[in-house]
Design a protein around this ligand. Sequence first.
Ligand code: FAD
Length: 442
Amino acid sequence: MAYDGKCGSSAIVAGAGIGGLAAAAALAPRFDRVVILEKDQQLGDCVRRGAAQGAHIHTLLHGGELGLEQLMPGLCDAFLSAGAVKIDVGKNFGIYDFGSWRVNRPLGLSVLQMSRPAYEAVMRKRVLEFDNVAIQTGTSVTGLSIEKGCVRGVLIKGEQEMTADLVVDARGRGGALPRDLLKNGFGEAPESVLGIAMSYVTGRFKKAQAAGEEAKAIMVRPSSPDRRYGLVSPIENGEWIISLGGRGAVEPPLELEGFFDYARMLAAPEFYEMMEGAELIGDLHSYKIPTTNWRHYDQMPAFPQHLAPLGDTIASVNPTLGQGMSVAVFHALGLAAALDKNGLDGDFCEDYFDAAMNASGAAWTMASYDDLAFPEVTGERPENFEQIAAFSRGLKLLGNDDPEIHRLSVEIAHMLHPPHLLQDDKIIGRVMQKLFESQSAA
Ligand SMILES: Cc1cc2nc3c(=O)[nH]c(=O)nc-3n(C[C@H](O)[C@H](O)[C@H](O)COP(=O)(O)OP(=O)(O)OC[C@H]3O[C@@H](n4cnc5c(N)ncnc54)[C@H](O)[C@@H]3O)c2cc1C
């Protein structure tokens, strides 16, 4: 792609995770030079320290896949060549929630499933095919250099300045942007926080012999008082990745026998039946998520110009719905659109934040409704939360009967449409009717 000279000569992206790579692909056609600064020394195709969550199942939603394809045409073929497994989500992705299985039927919608390090490796290779993009590893961004309200660049190796026309902060959930803004006199961003106390344990497995050839994934989500989650998914090399989750004191064990025992206790016995006989490759890995956070940078009284936070730096939601990578991709698309409309000035910041906060907001709404159904989860509950929870239950029942509602719900879950499409009077009426029928039948 040719540089059209519109936006500036150089851009820095802090962080070479999924968000940083997507951002670099968005910036490459719009700047002379894009440098990604990554604190990890080695970026291979295995789990690394700066993205330790990469040991756990990472599903790339269909919306995220389409977004990446827009940023890097041909990327999906590259995923497939690297061993991604294509799963028909309507037909072959079994979901157990609200105490029963969702109906499976073909919906013409698929996901390309692989491990997180494998997604990253393919994306990194493709990003480096832009001849104006470089990745500098072993380089920790330690701060921002800001002059008269405008970012001039970043600080690396202590106080050494590296200048750029635009800085994208994709340092992830634990990144230091809040600290840097405070230090530079911008104050604190208002923040939405939910105390979710989730824990995950995951392993890669040799597929169980009895599993058959067809690519199938299966997910079990608990209804309170149960707290146990499970997800089996095929990935590259003919392997499975299996994640178990729990809430509060209910934690999946980090040893193999306990892992299988825990899987046996999930609400749907089909989960254990599917994974029984799978052989662990390597170790089990654990990850704990005490809180989910959405930082409203757009609501700060002042925000530095020429700075764009992106991906988990803005919001990190409970990953059970698999949204985080797709949201980062939508941020990158929003960045490209805001740059094309304004360059780096005018309404760049406002337009970028509109797009980014929309994407994060959609993910936050869906994920937090799921979390808030558990009474111990702390955070703000909408006053009509009981109605919202009943609606989700009823929508599932209606979707089981009606393929068009099923399709719409799945497309929204895959972030192809905003969730507010469901707030349609006709749909609400039919969901309520369905709930009434199911309660009368019980
Ligand atoms: C258990 C678990 C399961 C998940 N499952 C899914 C899923 O199924 N689907 C999905 O879409 N998402 C999932 N997610 C969320 C997903 O991991 C994130 O949303 C996604 O990685 C966000 O990308 P990012 O680039 O913003 O941050 P990250 O991927 O975390 O990348 C941040 C990068 O910044 C680097 N960095 C940090 N500090 C510095 C610094 N000072 N200087 C330079 N570099 C720095 C890090 O090393 C890292 O490379 C899951 C998360 C967890 C915890």
